[in-house]
Design a protein around this ligand. Structure first.
Ligand code: ZN
Length: 430
């Protein structure tokens, strides 16, 4: 007897009329038109059943703080960082926990069940670290939260006001407390040389502790910002292939093509992955340009073509850097597709992978996917394939975690009151 049977599902790889059998928290059977007794049956009615969305790049310590203490008027990265610096001394642990939990509620409703969040460690109280570790414990039954120790003001650049602790000490202390991944921000250090030194220092720390690395890297329009080269080189030197990610990499948009033709193969050989953050990159980059204005997103199709895994992250929702967003990774994929001009059929499917499978592998999630033996985690979408899901930012009809429905939503249908026209529309291809 199955605990749950999902019938008539279309999978993102194109298989149709599939049945998913669940016992406990695992998928035990996956076959066409499987008919076994089950306590609960969900008829997917030919719609897409996808593994959950995964966000490989987020800032949960700042989310939903929009307007505190004021709005970012210029909309620039640097005003955002300054604003966050104004807010930090006023943060309370309870307020950070409450906002993060509220965001996780949104995430669950959107079928987003795994998030890698950076947490700012440039604070001698480590208040945000304590808060997000608490959130991680509390959401564990329904959402995998992976935390990155992120020195927002530069691991070498930042000094605490009383001179008691260095950012590097605080970063190590936050790892001791249970933060999972080593972060960095080399382009924000004082010089290129200091940036390179920070990459080396942080990669050595991660190698020593057997941890993953995820750095904010080259989030600038400066084509000479080349810390990704150092990050890839260090990854190879320290034997950390498959465990290191470069986030943003926006300077690659502006780099010389010859240089990039050498850089991308180095990234490939080093097993470094990339995360672009399309909503943020398109609003924050190119701010010093007049016209034409650069898009500033990294070279997604070229990286993919070379075999470098690329995910799309949400980065920000209603915080000092970005006033919009709702935890909808299909909105992120939609923007990424447009900014990268990935409009071919295969390319659009790649954009769906960039918010599901690819970030799952970057996070190193266990038991992820629609396959026998995987966790029974999935989303029933009001769409027939990944492209339609992106086009309509499909409604999450059911969100299942470990075999249990944890969120659901009515289909998106508009009633029409017109003569000689249908009574309703649902925006799907007829
Ligand atoms: Zn970020």
């Amino acid at each position: 007897m199955l605990d749950l049977l999902v019938k008539n599902a279309t999978l993102s790889d194109g298989r149709t009329e599939m049945s998913i059998g669940v016992v406990g928290d695992r998928i035990v059977d996956l076959d066409q038109a499987l008919d076994a007794p089950a306590i609960t049956v969900i008829d997917a009615a030919g719609q897409l059943v996808s593994p959950p969305f995964v966000d490989a790049h987020f800032h949960m310590d700042a989310t939903l703080s929009l307007g505190l203490p004021r709005i970012n008027e210029s909309g620039t990265l640097l005003e955002g960082i300054a604003l966050w610096g104004e807010l930090k001394p006023e943060l309370t642990q309870q307020a950070v926990v409450d906002r993060a939990l509220a965001y996780c509620d949104w995430a669950v409703a959107k079928g987003l069940l795994a998030i890698r969040s950076h947490v700012d460690i440039c604070d001698e109280r480590l208040l945000a670290v304590e808060a997000l570790l608490e959130v991680k414990r509390r959401v564990k039954p329904y959402l995998d939260l992976q935390l990155v120790a992120f020195p927002q003001d530069g691991v070498l650049r930042w000094k605490d006001s009383k001179g008691r602790a260095s950012a590097f000490d605080l970063l190590k202390r936050s790892l001791d407390l249970g933060v999972d991944v080593v972060g960095g921000i080399p382009h924000f250090e004082r010089t290129m040389a200091e940036g390179a030194k920070s990459v080396e220092l942080l990669c050595e720390l991660a190698a020593h502790r057997g941890l993953r690395v995820d750095m904010h890297c080259d989030e600038t329009d400066d084509p000479m910002s080349r810390h990704i080269e150092t990050l890839a080189f260090e990854t190879q030197r320290l034997g950390m292939q498959g465990r290191v990610n470069g986030s943003h990499l926006t300077s690659m948009h502006s780099m010389d093509n010859y240089y990039v033709s050498k850089l991308i193969p180095l990234m490939r050989e080093s097993g470094v992955s990339a995360v672009a953050n399309p909503l943020i990159n398109i609003t924050i980059q190119g701010r010093h340009d007049s016209y034409p204005k650069r898009r500033g997103m990294t070279r997604v199709p070229e990286l993919l073509a070379a075999g470098v895994p690329v995910a799309f992250g949400h980065d920000c929702v209603m915080d000092p850097w970005y006033s919009l967003g709702s935890g909808d990774m299909l909105e992120v994929a939609h923007m990424g597709l447009h900014v990268a001009q990935m409009t071919g059929q295969k390319a659009m499917r790649e954009c769906f992978k960039a918010v599901t499978e690819t970030p799952a592998s970057i996070l190193g999630l266990d038991g992820y996917g629609i396959a026998k033996g995987c966790f029974a985690d999935f989303v029933v979408l009001q769409a027939r394939d990944p492209i339609e899901a992106i086009r309509t930012r499909a409604t999450r009809l059911k969100v299942v975690r470990r075999g249990v429905v944890i969120a659901e939503c009515s289909p998106n249908v508009s009633a029409l009151h017109l003569t000689s026209r249908p009574a309703s529309v649902n925006f799907l291809k007829p």
